[in-house]
Design a protein around this ligand. Structure first.
Ligand code: DQA
Length: 146
């Protein structure tokens, strides 16, 4: 089983960026934890981060040929990007949406997701654990559809 993890805009700044909202963990810390869990679950992972929407769209399209699903923290694109929704629908693969923060406890504009209704599931508010819970959920869903 192969999973691609996508980190959207501004997530490479984790650890420095609004630590009171997003915590102290860096993106490397999160990726390391994900690789550890993937090994435990017997899953092959690749990770990708970009601040550029187009680069993420290209990645989704290209990776669709080699992975079974996506784990994605779309960052602010969650609340703005019909193009990302279309790319994920076009890839035709299951994906799980994750967020570090509880987006529903924040500004109104963060309550809307352009992806959530077409995701397998959404995990938010657990800090880096959101990613790990999301990976477990995605792998379970992929296993169930084998
Ligand atoms: C985020 C929440 C988004 O609203 C925000 O734009 C981010 C991070 C999160 O992980 O909590 O960049 O996706």
């Amino acid at each position: 089983m192969n999973v691609a993890v996508i980190h959207g805009p501004n997530l490479r700044a984790l650890g420095r960026r609004e630590p009171e909202v997003y915590g102290a963990a860096t993106l490397d810390d999160i990726n390391d934890a994900l690789f550890g869990l993937a090994q435990e679950l017997g899953v092959e992972l690749e990770t990708f981060q970009s601040n550029a929407e187009g680069a993420i769209l290209d990645f989704v399209e290209d990776a669709a040929d080699r992975v079974d699903g996506f784990l994605i923290n779309p960052g602010a694109l969650t609340h703005t990007s019909v193009a990302l929704r279309d790319a994920l629908l076009g890839a035709g693969l299951p994906f799980v949406e994750v967020h570090l923060s509880n987006t529903h406890a924040r500004e109104d504009f963060r309550h809307r997701s352009y992806l959530a209704d077409v995701a397998v599931g959404v995990v938010f508010g657990f800090g880096p654990q959101s990613y790990l819970l999301g990976l477990r959920g995605l792998v379970g869903a992929l296993g169930a559809s084998d």
